[in-house]
Ligand binder design. Structure first.
Ligand code: GLA
Length: 681
């Protein structure tokens, strides 16, 4: 990147000589424009860094004033520049871009030098005229340009650094950088060719509901499955491993599953609990939203289900294939495939042209040994503007059951309008999501209780996923309205800021997680994601290991959000580690919390059913953590223990926690996921 423009070498020499003659050293100072640097190393909360245009590609405009040069970004944003003592000053103007008119973004621009805050804009709003900043940088080695979310979340925060430039000493180039490693590396060992049973160790079903459970195992095919003490009413297909049938008695059954192939045989226990509660371990599967968004179709859903089977993910316990928004008709889309009657003459919901045969689709997915999920809203419209269930809750619950669906995500969306008294069917007044906490607690609970009760009356088990972004402390009452899981957060994106902020916010809801009731910090953002326009996840490899480790420690629903036909080796390595998945699926159903914080290192502990503990040494900082750890008692770990590295599936140490220390080396934005076992593993 040539930082100096329009100045020839002889010109420079001339200037330096002249400066020397006049005794004016600073005549050699040069200007390096920010937009001349590589800005792609910046991290930001949404979109990608843009040069000399706004985030959406328009002329950069702050409070009516236009600018030709600059760096457009989105909160929360950070750009690191190595100045190495060669820059004397940085000047710029900052503000929110007018392209977000009609919304209420707020941000704060900040400049750090070697970790110290040098300047801050104060909170700025849309319409504030560009603020000038000028900071001295003499002697400073590292400059960080930051845009915070201004304290109101990062919605619509299109932020501009305009006319931004460094004054440097002499001819020099400045470099931007990102301290987080970007080379993917594989940790999960290849599965053995011998059979190894995987997936959930406990399964809940209601009396009288159709039973479907797939016995999953890794190892060479063909494989033969069998079960001892399978209760009457159930049968196991020895070739596919699918158990079907019906149970009528409320009871717990201990079954021994076996898998046999040419290389050997494996056994494992499965506890079948016939009772009121389902989803006894967090649901695992795939959802269409983070990848296809409004482009979803039955063909794409089928392909995702096929890929779930073909890629081998199915052998690790991944089960649900969930259709998100846009499977039915839209109020005013220009896309003909989304237009048509919303409901038929009897009020029955009508799928759009892309989903001609819902029952056929459900049968297809079931035939693979998988399950299928659907999406609706308690309001008149879904978040994307398709028909919601308001006023038709009972009929919709019946319809989903009749089609054979196993899972419903029920998304608050336009229900805010119902509360605000706007006409139920007003097509244009579907306000932005109502983040007012849902008003009264009763108001917040009401629509979910209504649908939860109707789902419960259906002749099949339907997992109920409550989606209202964590309003009104939903974790305290989500189970009482029939929810099996509930979102604790706004929508995730594939950015470090998003994953980090969500992760740091989970402890408060942790005590409420238990079998049948899970906190949901939103879907996974690994693989090719992109809401209709996919790209490889912007998370760095270590950030992805941290993301999967944390979601496993959190006992969160694990819903893959990527294009299942573009699974690469690194992503498969993240999603097929059975020892990591076992942490998530542990039958005790506890959610990890952060027990200790040491600088940027947060240590999460999850109690497991066998008395051992899964521990995540999670590094949220930009520097590697290299330490000797000894606070075992704080983590509830005593005596002689075996330490197992779950990602590498390897015992790495035997230590006496009273006298010995454990060496930990945690990559920046990375994780060590260990299991501490008393006694031999
Ligand atoms: C909301 C939800 C998302 C997704 C979209 C669909 O934003 O939080 O997970 O379901 O609606 O429109």
């Amino acid at each position: 990147m040539n930082a100096i423009k329009n100045i020839t070498l002889t010109g420079i020499i001339g200037l330096v000589l002249l400066a020397g003659l006049c005794g004016m050293q600073d005549l050699s100072a040069q200007t390096v424009w920010l937009d001349e640097l590589d800005l792609s190393t910046a991290t930001q909360g949404y979109g990608v860094p843009v040069k000399n245009k706004s985030l959406d590609g328009n002329t950069m405009t702050i409070a009516g004033q236009t600018f030709e040069r600059g760096f457009a970004t989105h909160a929360v944003s950070s750009l690191l520049v190595l100045t190495e003592g060669k820059a004397n000053a940085f000047t710029a103007k900052v503000g929110l871009d007018d392209e977000m008119k009609g919304h209420e973004p707020a941000v704060e621009f900040e400049i750090y030098g070697d970790g110290n805050k040098l300047w801050s804009s104060g909170v700025m709003h849309l319409g504030d005229s560009a603020k000038e900043c000028s900071v001295a940088l003499t002697g400073i080695k590292k400059v960080e340009l930051v845009v915070t979310d201004g304290g109101n979340g990062n919605y619509y925060d299109h932020a501009d650094w305009v006319d931004a430039k460094f004054e440097t000493t002499g001819v020099t180039t400045l470099k931007t950088y990102n301290p987080i490693a970007s080379e993917p590396y594989i940790l999960t060992p290849k599965p053995s060719d011998k059979p190894r049973l995987t997936g959930a160790k406990v399964f809940g079903v209601r009396p009288g509901s159709p039973f479907q459970f797939l016995v999953t195992a890794t190892g060479d095919r063909p494989m033969e499955f069998s079960a001892q003490k399978l209760p009457k009413g159930l049968k196991l297909n020895p070739q596919t491993g699918i158990i079907t049938g019906k149970l009528h008695e409320k009871r717990t059954y201990e079954v021994t599953l076996s898998a046999k192939n040419a290389k050997g045989k494996a056994e494992r226990k499965l506890r079948i609990v016939c009772g009121d509660q389902i989803a006894l371990t967090p649901p695992m599967g795939w959802n269409s939203w983070n990848c296809f968004a409004q482009e979803v179709s039955a063909e794409k859903v089928k392909s995702a289900a096929d890929a779930m089977a073909k890629s081998g993910l199915i052998n690790h316990g991944w089960t649900y294939i969930n259709i998100d928004d846009f499977w039915n008709n839209h109020r005013d889309s220009e896309d003909a495939s989304l237009r048509g009657e919303l409901r038929d003459a009897n009020g029955k919901i009508v799928p759009n042209k892309r989903f001609e045969d819902m029952k056929g689709l459900a049968d297809y997915v079931h035939g693979l040994g998988l399950k299928i999920g659907l999406y609706s809203s308690p309001g008149p419209w879904s978040c994307g503007g398709c028909a919601g269930s308001f006023g038709f809750e009972e009929l919709d619950a019946e319809t989903y059951a009749e089609w054979g669906f196993d899972y419903l995500k029920y998304d608050w969306c336009s229900y805010g309008n119902v509360i605000d008294g706007l006409p139920d069917n007003d097509p244009y007044k579907v306000s932005s999501l109502s983040y007012n906490g849902g008003g009264e607690l009763n108001t917040a609970m009401k629509p979910f209780k209504l649908m939860g009760d109707y789902l419960r009356e259906q002749p099949r088990d339907i997992v109920f996923s409550v989606c209202q972004y964590g309003m009104s402390d939903v974790w305290k009452w989500g189970g009482s309205v029939g929810g099996n899981c509930w979102r604790t957060t706004n929508d995730i994106t594939d950015t470090w800021v998003s994953v980090k902020n969500i992760a740091l916010d989970q402890d408060k809801s942790a005590p409420y997680a238990k079998p049948g009731n899970w906190n949901d910090p939103d879907m996974l953002v690994v693989g090719h994601v992109g809401w209709g326009n996919t790209h490889p996840s912007k998370l760095k490899p270590d950030e992805q290991y941290l993301h999967i480790s944390l979601w496993s420690l959190f006992a969160a629903p694990l819903l893959i959000g990527c294009d299942m036909e573009k699974l690469d080796d690194f992503t498969l390595n993240l999603l097929t580690n059975d020892e990591v998945i076992d942490v998530n699926q542990d039958p005790l159903g506890k959610q990890a919390t952060c027990i200790q914080t040491i600088g940027d290192l947060r240590i999460y502990v999850k109690e497991l059913e066998d008395g051992s503990r899964a521990v995540g040494f999670c590094n949220f900082g930009a520097e590697i953590v290299d330490a000797q750890y000894s606070d075992f008692e704080k983590l509830g770990i005593k005596g002689n223990v075996t330490v197992r590295d779950l990602w590498r599936q390897k015992d790495i140490a035997e230590i006496d926690t009273n006298t010995q220390k454990l060496a930990i080396k945690v990559p920046a934005h990375g994780v060590l996921l260990y299991k501490f076992n008393s006694g031999k593993y």
